[in-house]
Design a binder for this molecule. Sequence first.
Ligand code: ZN
Ligand code: ZN
Length: 395
Amino acid sequence: MAEQRITIKALTWHRDSSGLFDYEASNHNKSKLKLTEESLIILQQDKIISNPHSNLIPDNSIVLASLYKNNRNFMLSASISDIPKETIREKPWIVIKGIKNSEYLLSEGDVLRLGKVKFVIKEIHGYKQSEIRRSILHSKTLQNGGVGGISKVKVERALQTDLQVLESSNCCRICLLDDNDSENQLISPCCCTGTMGVVHVKCLQRWLDSKVTQNSNRNVKVYTWRSLNCELCKFKYPSKINVNHKEIDLITIEKPKTNYIILENGSEDMKSVHVINIENKREIKLGRGNDSDMRIPDISVSRNHAIIHIKNTGLYIEDLKSKFGTLIRMKKDLCLDGDSVLKIQCGRTMMKITVIKSWSLFGCFTGCSKGKDSDDENQKARDITQDSFPNNIKD
Ligand SMILES: [Zn+2]
Ligand SMILES: [Zn+2]
């Protein structure tokens, strides 16, 4: 029976700079592992080692990855939970450059990272997308250019509670009127009590919109805002609320009538939403340079960092030999199947993971009897083992 073998070749950048890995540097620390058993991969003194027991993690080490077995396949865990709380751990990111053809099919819900700047793909409009929500990923599918629809877009939960429309005897604290029609209802959205808490939906929207700055550059419109607080009670407004079970946007984001993509970045305190019109476009350039369609003014982003190709089959992102890489957050456990190779970045370590089926005498016999397909598989397995480490890992 074919038993899987995993080879991990790791490069670690010696500088500890907010989880960045320098793809241009040449002085990385190299280390290599061969695995046949479930284990944790940990970084110790800039080298990776395998650790069979999750409760015996050496001091001063960082947990990078967890490999466990599911039937005959190894699985790479998306999150490492069964280790002591105080242990430092890194999240796995899929390296776009490590995928065959170096293009990854973007889906709503993907978290994209350029250097240290993260974006969530909130919406892709005008392209057919996979409706299947997969519970795990497969390295074979990934290697062939993306996984498609791996997770739902996290809907920012509007206010937990559904707001009730107030009686007309109340006055809006902004416009001082008591009109209360279905188009513009009176509500009490924050923690202010009494008359100070009453406001029209539209008055609140207008007031919040006035705090949003808008910038346009070619086909991209950027909306930026700092935390939206009530001036009196400091209540933090979400960008959506529910009134009588109906969801209402508090911030107006204009969407093009035709095809577009929406990316969001930032934290609770500072958020920006990028609306990119992709009608009649074949590509979108992302980078720090002035000629980028989507300009990202951050030092960890290269001038020409990445490009999104707009094809009939969907939107594909390609890395343009950027210094700090283009990455996709690995949100689901990854099944390492077939003979596949992929690159995963965890903090300042980049791991090239090669999956090899090693054939026992019996396995080879049954394999050979299947004919041409299994011959191909053997051929691929040989190619991978022959692959020379220093030349290959940087491609
Ligand atoms: Zn009003
Ligand atoms: Zn308030």
